[in-house]
Write a protein that binds this ligand. Structure first.
Ligand code: SAM
Length: 238
């Protein structure tokens, strides 16, 4: 493929947005490994998580922390370093940076300063589940996490009850039971949904079908782990 060798070596003054596995180490790409090994610096959400990933991959490199709480100031610092000619990779704890994870402020800062931003694609929980869900994938709204307050989550569901495209949500194990109960309460019982738990991990489970049957499966299963919820358009049946 054109530019194949070149794309494995980071270039000075460029930011690389590198996706990492969401549970299965084998999902790292050759290009991600090469960039993480050869760039000047890896900016990670959590240096312990990033460090552990690099160790598992047999890579040694300098790490710097870039997370929710220092994102604004670090975006400036990292952009300064890029302007001085360093090549920097940004990773999050898992999946694609900037997708419900830190990254956006840094990429925005780079674009403001005309610094090249190079995506190094790989896993993302939302599109990974969508690809296997059997639900319409021609158009979708990715919402990330709904607000923590139940009233705001309910309002979102009510406002999107007739939304004509697929909706993808992230939810933590702490709130997934509440979200499922709210969906059962607000959406029609035959609304098609997909619930993915621990995708690409040992205890992966994926259930697609009418809300009532997916909820029955959910109630009978472990509530631990990470979850993605997909809601099909109201006219769709499986
Ligand atoms: N940047 C990540 C991505 O590209 O998917 C998402 C990070 S966000 C902080 C974490 C949320 O993503 C989890 O709460 C869960 O909703 C979803 N998620 C991440 N990994 C997952 C997995 N292996 N199985 C199911 N959901 C997952």
């Amino acid at each position: 493929m054109e530019g194949e060798n070149q794309s494995l070596t980071p270039e000075a003054g460029r930011l690389y947005v590198v996706a990492t596995p969401i549970g299965n180490l084998a999902d790292i790409t050759e290009r991600a490994k090469s960039i993480l090994a050869k760039d000047s610096l890896v900016a990670c959400e959590d240096t312990r998580v990033g460090g552990s990933l690099l160790t598992k991959l047999g890579i040694k490199n300098r790490l710097v922390s870039y997370h929710d709480k220092n994102e604004q100031s670090m975006a400036t610092t990292l952009a300064d370093r890029l302007e001085q000619g360093e090549s920097i990779a940004v990773i999050s704890d898992a999946g694609t940076p900037a997708i419900s994870d830190p990254g956006f402020r840094l990429t925005r800062e780079c674009h403001k300063r005309a610094i090249s931003v190079i995506p190094v694609p790989g896993p993302c929980a939302a599109t990974t589940l969508l690809s296997a869900s059997g639900l319409p994938s021609n158009g979708f709204l990715f919402v990330g996490f709904l607000p923590p307050k139940s009233a705001a989550r309910r309002r979102f569901l009510e406002e999107h009850i007739d939304f004509p495209y697929t909706i993808i949500l992230y939810e933590s194990c702490h709130r997934i039971e509440k979200l499922m109960a709210e969906m059962v309460d607000i959406l029609q019982e035959n609304r098609c949904v997909c619930l993915g738990r621990e995708i690409t991990k040992r205890f992966e489970s994926i259930a697609s079908g009418p809300l009532t049957s997916v909820n029955e499966t959910f109630q009978a299963s472990s509530k631990k782990g990470e979850f993605v919820v997909i809601i099909a358009p109201p006219t769709f049946t499986l």
